[in-house]
Design a protein around this ligand. Structure first.
Ligand code: AP5
Ligand code: MG
Length: 190
């Protein structure tokens, strides 16, 4: 099973990806978690990514795609993945689709978590993960989402494997709604 989670900062991508990965035995691959790990480890990739992550800007596509290639290929061979936070732009979606098709690893469902922006800000200010959970950077991350990822949702709109769930419910209710929608997708045979 190969799933994508798309949503604004704080929408619950990480929370839902973890639950789906546990339930279905998939690898949870979070582009943000991997980038933060590279920054902490001070790898060459981490040194390139740090200023973007701290500012709430998108890390350049080539950097993110290079970072994800190996874990995504490994996860595909091992039974599947939940990709959390990638793709985030139309360009990333187009480029990764070409790669995935040659590998036979195209995504089977894209889940959009929809949450009102006041709730997003509330969650992120309460969490205070690090340098990018300050009021100013949160506002910028939300703007980056509107400018870059909302067009991705429009690009995917109307595809039968893409659906939106109400992400403003409790985590368990969101998970249940995702399961219900996945069951309705014919390919899954769940
Ligand atoms: P990333 O790590 O992906 O951050 P984000 O998109 O801003 O989202 P978060 O991880 O903050 O939130 P989430 O949706 O995972 O929600 P969570 O479950 O944690 O990206 C960070 C940075 O990396 C980017 O700014 C960019 O610089 C770079 N980057 C990453 N991917 C990239 C890409 N593809 N291209 C270029 N650059 C990229 O929940 C948030 C909080 O809310 C938690 O405290 C949680 O407990 C709580 N919560 C969750 N669900 C609920 C619920 N249902 N009800 C109440 N509270 C809830
Ligand atoms: Mg996350």
């Amino acid at each position: 099973m190969r799933l994508l989670l798309i949503g604004a900062p704080g929408a619950g991508k990480g929370t839902q990806a973890k639950q789906l990965a546990e339930r279905f035995g998939l690898a949870h691959i979070s582009s943000g978690d991997l980038l933060r790990q590279h920054v902490r480890d001070e790898t060459a990739l981490g040194r390139t990514a740090k200023s973007y992550v701290d500012a709430g800007d998108l890390v350049p596509d080539a950097v993110v795609m290079n970072m994800l290639r190996k874990p995504v290929v490994a996860a595909t061979e091992a039974g599947g993945y939940v990709l959390d936070g990638f793709p985030r732009t139309v360009d990333q979606a187009k480029a990764s689709f070409r790669t995935a098709r040659t590998l036979g690893a195209e995504v089977q469902a894209a889940i959009h978590l929809d949450v009102p922006s006041a709730e997003l800000v509330r969650r992120l200010l309460a969490r205070r993960r690090g340098s990018d959970d300050t009021q100013a950077v949160i506002e910028h991350r939300l703007q980056v989402y509107l400018d870059n990822t909302v067009p991705l949702l429009e690009y995917y709109a109307g595809r039968e494997w893409m659906f939106t769930v109400n992400g403003a419910q409790s985590p368990d209710a969101v998970h249940a709604e995702i399961l219900d929608r996945l069951r309705k997708l014919a390919d899954f045979g769940m």
